[in-house]
Design a binder for this molecule. Structure first.
Ligand SMILES: Nc1ncnc2c1ncn2[C@@H]1O[C@H](COP(=O)(O)OP(=O)(O)O)[C@@H](O)[C@H]1O
Ligand SMILES: O=C(CO)[C@H](O)[C@H](O)COP(=O)(O)O
Length: 551
């Protein structure tokens, strides 16, 4: 009986592979998390801008967390399993063994991570082709997508990797293959990161033009020639081998996967908002923007017709919510930037010591410290003369310029805790201004957004959430389940099990509003002024670059 809430004990397992850790949850039909576990994963940075991981290490972490969340449960009640993961590139040989993606020849490190920027020369050449597929990635391909990384492998690791490779997977598809033995790819990963079109399939001319004609001649067998919608049931379900690894019954339904940001989108965007006084109540779901904030932030807006937003990825058809086009804005480093700013400050050891003494996280400590020093004014006003441009790892959206750098203006000689707290605040605000910049670009192109739905690790930070509300002027909805990305993964498992008739039905039933944070409209004038400065920062940065380029 599809969607029958009255049937107790139908559970789904969601597995979410983020940049820094793997998380799993046991989730019921109402979207409630009954158990949660997480496990850190290894990352390597053998040289600047090269970021690598290991698919064996990640699978082992998936097994650890999955076994933990199903402990003590009647395994027969588990109906489906869904994976989401970062859009990193996994390389395997023809026998599905890991291949090295590095000059050292270390085959354990067989993943080029999403934030790896090694393929700069390759992406410039790809963009110079002006091929029509680029229209569907915001006009400019990102160095973080798969085509430039594949070209880099061909040009740099021909003998040790490229010639031996049998399978290139997006990480979410690697996980579903590992669980089921099915090599079919998810429409989500292929459309968003590999230039596949939901309507027209692969474009041979693109791969030939960029020098990767190899894929065309073998009918795309190495990158995927069978494509399934996210949530579709794969093959015969969980293989006996994977079932042993994960501690689950063989044969349970396993879903075609999603990229992590897209799973977060499914986990929050379809929720029933009645009774919360939100402008999006009674309005189409297209007035909502899901913002998934972890190591990076991703801004997911959907539309009935394709909308072309310069510098914002997409439009991607059916890549997140079936039947809708998706535009995906993004900031490549947000959580990672906050961590970087805080950990690199001279007062960081003092912060750590004080937070530990109070049994608080460093961010909870910093937030309470800001409350202490703000005196009578709103906390956000502490940065009246300190401004940050947040593109320390280039700009993903809406400028699509990977050469941009971070900027800080208003530095003083002090290095104390007050100074660290205010720099942290200015960084959080800069990220929120970046979100406003992306929303303005999306609205200028035809989106009409009234409400933000935040999830991911940073949504646990009340300052980050309030600054997003104040700076965008929009209410921010937080889900009942903080781990909404895992709810998204579980929704996939639920769809694969056949317990819901559609992704939309599962979304509506399994995601719930927790709390709404409204903007402090009385502070609007201050943030409008800071936004003017924010836009000046990048204008000035471009002027500096032009001066230095001149004779
Ligand atoms: N309780 C919290 N308060 C403040 N920041 C947090 C909290 N929990 C996680 N974060 C921040 O969120 C980021 C990681 O988010 P997460 O969703 O776990 O990332 P990923 O999916 O990329 O692994 C980190 O920068 C971390 O500092
Ligand atoms: O490109 C992306 C989604 O399209 C994400 O930025 C990438 O997958 C990393 O996610 P996270 O910051 O949650 O680890």
């Amino acid at each position: 009986m599809p969607g029958g809430d009255q049937e107790p004990g139908r559970y789904y397992v969601g597995v979410d592979v983020g940049t820094g850790s793997v998380r799993a949850a046991l989730v019921d039909q109402r979207g409630t998390l009954l158990a949660f576990a997480d496990q850190a994963i290894n990352k390597w940075e053998p040289q600047f801008n090269h970021h690598e991981q290991s698919s064996e290490d990640i699978w082992a972490a998936c097994c650890i967390v999955t076994k933990k969340v199903v402990q003590g449960i009647d395994l027969n009640q588990i109906r489906g399993l869904g994976f989401d993961a970062t859009c990193s590139l996994v390389v395997l040989d023809k026998q599905f063994r890991p291949l090295p993606v590095n000059h050292e020849g270390d085959s354990h490190r067989n993943i080029i991570m999403w934030l790896d920027h090694r393929a700069v020369s390759q992406v410039h050449r790809i963009n110079n082709t002006k091929h029509s597929v680029l229209q569907y990635v915001g006009g400019v391909m990102s160095v973080e997508m798969q085509a430039p990384k594949l070209l880099w492998l061909k040009e740099n690791l021909r003998e040790t990797c490229w010639d031996k490779a049998g399978h290139f997977f997006d990480l979410p598809d690697f996980l579903s293959w590992k669980a089921t033995g099915v090599t079919a790819r998810s429409l989500c990963s292929l459309v968003c990161k590999w230039t596949y079109s939901a309507e027209k399939g692969w474009d041979d001319s693109f791969w030939k033009m960029i020098g990767l004609e190899d894929f065309v001649s073998d009918n795309y067998s190495k990158i995927g020639n069978q494509v399934l919608p996210p949530g579709a049931s794969l093959g015969n379900g969980l293989t006996p081998e994977a079932a042993r690894d994960l501690g689950l019954p063989a044969g349970i339904a396993v879903a075609a996967s999603l990229i992590d940001a897209h799973a977060g989108g499914l986990g929050v965007i379809g929720t029933d908002v009645r009774g919360h006084g939100l402008a999006c109540e009674g309005q189409p779901v297209t007035s909502r923007l899901a913002v998934i904030c972890g190591t990076s932030s991703c801004h997911m807006g959907i539309s009935k017709d394709p909308i072309f937003v310069p510098g914002v990825w997409g439009p991607y058809f059916s890549a997140m919510v079936p039947g809708f086009w998706l535009n995906e804005g993004g900031q490549s480093v947000t959580g990672k930037l906050i961590d970087h700013m805080v950990q690199g400050h001279a007062a960081f050891p003092e912060l750590q010591a004080r937070a530990t003494a109070r049994c608080q996280s460093i961010y909870a400590y910093l937030n309470s410290h800001l409350d202490l020093i703000k005196e009578a004014q709103p906390v956000g006003f502490l940065t009246v003369d300190l401004h940050v441009w947040p593109d320390f790892h280039g700009n993903r959206s809406p400028l699509a310029d990977l050469t941009l750098k971070g900027m800080v203006t208003g530095l003083k000689l002090s290095q104390d805790l007050d100074d660290l707290a205010i720099l942290y605040l200015a960084t959080v605000q800069a990220i929120a201004f970046g979100t406003r910049f992306i929303i303005e670009a999306m609205e200028a192109a035809g989106h009409s957004i009234s409400t933000l739905f935040l999830c991911g690790g940073l949504s646990k930070n009340p300052l980050f959430v309030q600054m997003h509300a104040d700076i965008t002027g929009m209410p921010v909805v937080l889900s009942q389940e903080v781990e909404s990305v895992l709810v998204g993964a579980a929704i996939l498992g639920a769809c694969a099990s056949g317990d819901f008739t559609s992704v939309q039905e599962a979304m509506a039933r399994m995601s719930k509003v927790g709390r709404v944070v409204f903007p402090r409209l009385e502070d609007k004038r201050y943030y409008d002024k800071k936004y003017q400065v924010f836009l000046k920062l990048v204008e000035h940065q471009k002027e500096y670059a032009a001066i230095m380029k001149g004779d």
